[in-house]
Write a protein that binds this ligand. Structure first.
Ligand code: HEC
Length: 104
């Protein structure tokens, strides 16, 4: 009986610890952002710098920045962000990352 209990507890702990698909997408999106977007976009922990694009933590607080907005935004080229091309799955992951910042 005791070993059954510990097996159940271990399973529950494992389930609680394993990230949801949304978390995994957000983590992948963060990797994409770190690779391609940090050239211009500040991190939330960086000192303010008017020559740099704002941190995503600020962008997500702007009115109307929801999932539909970011999906649309990433479909198009935006000056000065014309030099990058993301794959569709990367775009989805970046949107998941941005939405995860909104929940924080
Ligand atoms: C060459 C510099 C540069 C790069 C690289 C860059 N950005 Fe930007 N980004 C900007 C600037 C400048 C703005 C406009 C600043 C503002 O909206 O205040 C901006 C704005 C944004 C916004 C806000 C749009 C809005 O309307 O609120 C998002 C979202 C964004 N960028 C996402 C990305 C992502 C994702 C990447 C990487 C794939 C990226 N950017 C790479 C410079 C860049």
């Amino acid at each position: 009986m005791k070993s059954l209990y510990s097996a159940v507890i271990a399973t529950v702990a494992l389930l609680a610890a394993s990230p949801s698909p949304a978390d995994e997408a957000a983590a992948r999106g963060e990797t994409v952002v770190d690779q391609w977007c940090r050239l211009c976009h500040l991190r939330a922990t960086d000192p303010p710098n008017p020559d740099m694009a704002p941190p995503y933590e600020e962008i997500v607080k702007r009115p109307g920045r929801d999932e539909a907005y970011f999906v649309e935004f990433l479909q198009e080229d935006h000056f000065p962000m014309t030099i990058y091309r993301l794959f569709d799955d990367e775009k989805r992951d970046v949107v998941a990352y941005l939405l995860s910042l909104k929940r924080n």
